[in-house]
Design a protein around this ligand. Structure first.
Ligand SMILES: Nc1ncnc2c1ncn2[C@@H]1O[C@H](COP(=O)(O)OP(=O)(O)OP(=O)(O)O)[C@@H](O)[C@H]1O
Ligand SMILES: [Mg+2]
Length: 264
């Protein structure tokens, strides 16, 4: 469904420094893919290229076999929603207003929301357990609460493809699970989920595919069993680690030893 072919990218201020190199990637419909990699490896840059916030220096990106630059922006954002790693707003909108913005592509020709939009927003606020924040200004809520609000805005858009840049970074474990459960249920309704995360265990539990990026290149890609391996984690993140298999659920789990002592 989304295909990247021979993508290279450098930011205009340093045209000789390639942040992404030779990226070839297929992201299948109705799958949950998680992009992992060290800080500064190019994950956000990659997501922004797919979201059309940046243009590749060379190479092409296709959505259902159509080059994305050939799709009108309105049509594109009907189909693809994007949750940024960092969110800024200079205006002190309320939580409700921010989530309602996700519906703006559905507003009527006068630019007004309908009753259906308001019902949808309330439904999503409830699902994410943030209804009590609806009237609060977004500069008056916590980092984790804001993260849920931005996710709610993206879900309100009802796009087929959700691009999420670290949707769980500011969340405690209960809320991480709540959000990944929700993303998983959207996947089972046919949505395509593409998320960046630093939490390898959460990613392994929910994702169909893991994509490991280092120094702007895709190093490994595949299902959990084939890529969640000790030698791969060590190569990518340069930490000693152990991958255990939970026999009951048959899901590999990663253990990092911060003391750097031998695991044996
Ligand atoms: N707007 C920009 N202009 C110039 N260089 C940039 C810009 N944004 C990011 N970079 C550089 O590109 C590289 C990749 O950054 P990117 O934000 O894609 O990394 P990341 O993998 O998302 O890291 P993190 O895990 O810390 O979010 C870094 O070296 C960064 O300094
Ligand atoms: Mg990033």
């Amino acid at each position: 469904m989304i295909e990247l072919i021979n993508i290279n990218f450098s930011y205009p201020e340093s045209p000789n420094k390639f942040i992404l190199q030779d990226i070839n990637l297929k992201l299948d419909k109705s799958k949950f893919s998680v992009i992992l990699g060290p800080n500064g490896s190019g994950k956000t840059t990659l997501i922004k290229l797919i979201a059309r916030l940046l243009k590749p220096t060379s190479g092409r990106i296709f959505l259902d076999n159509i080059p994305i630059e050939k799709i009108s922006l309105k049509e594109f954002y009907r189909r693809v929603s994007y949750v940024p790693q960092k969110f800024f707003s200079i205006y002190p909108y309320t939580v409700f207003e921010i989530v309602l913005m996700g519906r703006s592509l559905n507003f009527n020709f006068l630019g007004f929301e309908s009753r259906k939009d308001l019902i949808k927003v309330n439904e999503i606020l409830e699902q994410l357990e943030i209804s009590h924040l609806a009237k609060k200004r977004i500069d008056e809520i916590s980092g984790g609460e804001l993260q849920k609000v931005i996710l709610a805005r993206s879900i309100a858009q009802e796009a087929d493809i959700l691009l999420l840049d670290e949707p769980n970074t500011h969340l405690d474990i209960k809320h991480q699970i709540q959000i990944f459960d929700l993303l998983s249920s959207l996947k089972s309704k046919g949505k395509t989920i593409i998320a960046v995360s630093h939490d390898i265990n959460i990613a392994s539990f929910y994702a169909d595919n893991l994509i490991f990026i280092k120094d702007g290149k895709i190093r490994y890609e595949g299902d959990i069993k084939s890529v969640l391996r000790e030698e791969i984690i060590e190569e990518i993140f340069e930490v000693e680690n152990k991958v255990l298999i939970d026999n009951e659920k048959n899901i590999p789990q990663l253990i990092i030893n911060p003391l750097r002592k031998n695991f044996e």
